[in-house]
Design a protein around this ligand. Structure first.
Ligand code: SF4
Ligand code: F3S
Length: 106
């Protein structure tokens, strides 16, 4: 499956959801999660993310392993999202800030 990782937090640009052929993105307050059981590994979402936050599970950057289980867990709790919306207001300031996990809202 593909995984949404740290740099989505507090940005949530949502460009990713528009290209997903199986609509497997789920929306929290300041992060999106992919349901790994629904993702068909098409890779279309990866280049769409302006924050570069989406990776194949097989190519996760160092330190991002925690997001594998987080995507699975949160996708089951949060509502589905299929249409792009405005990014969070401070997205530009938070894009590229490291280790935003402490800011994740549920
Ligand atoms: Fe959706 Fe394809 Fe991205 Fe999986 S890899 S989340 S199926 S767009
Ligand atoms: Fe997040 Fe990137 Fe999608 S910032 S909402 S994974 S476009």
């Amino acid at each position: 499956a593909f995984i949404v990782t740290d740099n989505c937090i507090r940005c949530k640009y949502t460009d990713c959801v528009e290209v997903c052929p199986v609509d497997c993105f789920y929306e929290g307050p300041n992060f999106l999660a992919i349901n790994p059981d629904e993702c068909i590994d098409c890779a279309l979402c990866e280049p769409e993310c302006p924050a570069g936050a989406i990776f194949s599970e097989d190519e996760l950057p160092d330190g991002q392993d925690v997001f594998v289980e987080l995507n699975r867990e949160l996708a089951l709790i949060w509502p589905n999202i299929t249409e792009k919306k405005d990014a969070l207001p401070d997205a530009a300031q938070w894009d590229g800030v490291e280790d935003k996990l402490e800011h994740l809202e549920r």
